[in-house]
Ligand binder design. Structure first.
Ligand code: C5P
Length: 404
């Protein structure tokens, strides 16, 4: 079921007595880590209230194609793009017929037409309706078009008949929904990433910081989500949008960043991409510091060491598998290997910041990954997005090797 972690499931509910089981299905999908939105047909609303499914899914329920308020919040095309899987449970005989005809006469059928997501149906109807040649012909057509069809089961029906047409149980449907997705390299793994600079206050209006943009860490967060991980991103002050499905915690100073990272534990993997300020002013002035008009003298600021976040987590009782970055201008591999050993890391990502156009604050980077056995793996210059995917693939293979 870990295949459902981070997956976006749009649950369509149509109007049959089995609609009451949709409530349990929403819970099962959410328990398996999926994000769930519900679309109800008009018939479905006669059997179960939108309020129930809204409360269980944690999202507003979608109903009408021509509702201006709903369109303003999340339009139907946006909703069709949002989904990784559209699962219709229960699917009535009438809905199967409308889907087979390719109709778009309500929100649910329109979404099915408009989406590129996987499509799955869990039929539920009277056994005679299921056996009817028209329904069977619709079923064949839908299967040929790539719809997955879960069930139906056979047995006693709400109307008293016995035969095929009962909707599968919610746990079974959720398990089959999970089968629609392949395992990501980090399925079910909690990845903690920190990113961006930290700001160390001098007084209420001034601070010390650096030029880190956070781009590499944000790209890593996105790539880890793609690989199926649950991602917590602790971000210093940056202007980047939060990647989808990532839990973001914003912080300002190194001390705040350390405490946010510790609070995010337990994590399986920690990737320290933040450019943490090594020092902070020994004292933060309560009011704005004034320059002395009488003297042309300079000004001395006393600084103290900040905690090393990576080294702290690498020696934590709940130690994650630790990945650090080493940005160096010279003797790159020597300094990086030294840092790996000194901070007790599992992997270090060395990048040469003396080369123009890569590393700090740029869109591209080239890195060398060094593991505990000091084996090197070079990744040539590429966009930070592409590089992030390669780094995450490398981390996933080393991490799974270590935990076996
Ligand atoms: O020692 P140096 O700053 O070069 O080490 C870089 C690595 O250590 C990076 O992964 C960085 O995020 C981490 N670091 C840290 N806390 C600090 C300084 C660096 O976590 N105070």
């Amino acid at each position: 079921m870990q295949r459902l972690v981070n997956k976006r499931v749009l649950l369509g509910v149509s109007g049959g007595i089995a609609a009451y089981k949709s409530a349990e299905l929403v819970r099962r999908l959410k328990d398996a880590g999926a994000e769930v939105r519900v679309v109800m047909t008009r018939g479905a609303r006669e059997f179960i209230t939108p309020l129930t499914l809204q409360a269980l899914s944690g999202n507003p329920v979608h109903g009408d194609l021509l509702d201006p308020n709903a369109e303003a919040a999340m339009g139907h095309i946006e909703l069709a793009r949002w989904a990784d899987l559209i699962l219709v449970a229960p699917t009535t005989a009438d809905l199967m017929a409308r889907l087979a005809q390719g109709r778009g006469d309500d929100l649910l059928t329109t979404l099915v037409l408009a989406t590129d997501a996987e499509l799955a149906l869990a039929p539920a109807m009277n056994q005679a309706m299921w056996r009817d040649p028209a329904t069977q012909a619709n079923l064949q057509l839908l299967l040929e078009r790539g719809f997955k069809v879960f069930g139906p089961a056979a047995g006693e029906q709400a109307c008293g008949d016995i035969g095929p047409g009962r909707m599968l149980e919610p746990a079974d449907i959720a398990a089959r929904a999970a089968d629609c997705f392949s395992y990501g390299a980090l399925s079910g793994v909690h990845v903690l990433i920190n990113a961006g600079p930290t700001r160390e206050a001098i007084d209420p209006v001034r601070y010390i910081s650096n030029h880190s943009s956070g781009k590499m860490g944000f790209a890593l967060a996105e790539a880890a989500v793609e690989a199926g991980a649950r991602v917590t991103l602790v971000a210093g002050p940056v202007t980047l949008p939060t990647p989808g499905r990532v839990t973001r915690v914003d912080v300002v100073s190194a001390e705040e960043m350390l405490s946010a990272c510790e609070q995010a534990l337990p994590a399986d993997i920690f990737i320290a991409s933040a450019a943490v300020a090594d020092y902070r002013p020994a004292r933060v002035a309560e009011s704005k510091l004034k320059k002395d008009p009488a003297s042309g003298e300079g000004f001395t600021l006393s600084m103290v060491r900040n905690p090393d976040i990576l080294a702290t987590l690498a020696s934590h009782p709940q130690r994650p598998w630790c990945v650090g970055f080493a940005a160096e201008t010279d003797r790159l591999l020597e300094y990086a290997s030294d840092k790996l050993q000194r901070k007790n890391l599992d992997l270090i990502i060395a990048n040469d910041v003396s080369q123009p156009g890569i590393g700090f604050n740029s869109d591209e980077n080239a890195v060398t990954l060094i593991d505990r056995a000091l084996q090197q793996h070079h990744l040539p210059c590429a966009s930070k997005q592409k590089l992030a995917r390669q780094i995450i693939a490398h981390i996933a293979s080393r991490f799974s090797g270590h935990s076996e």
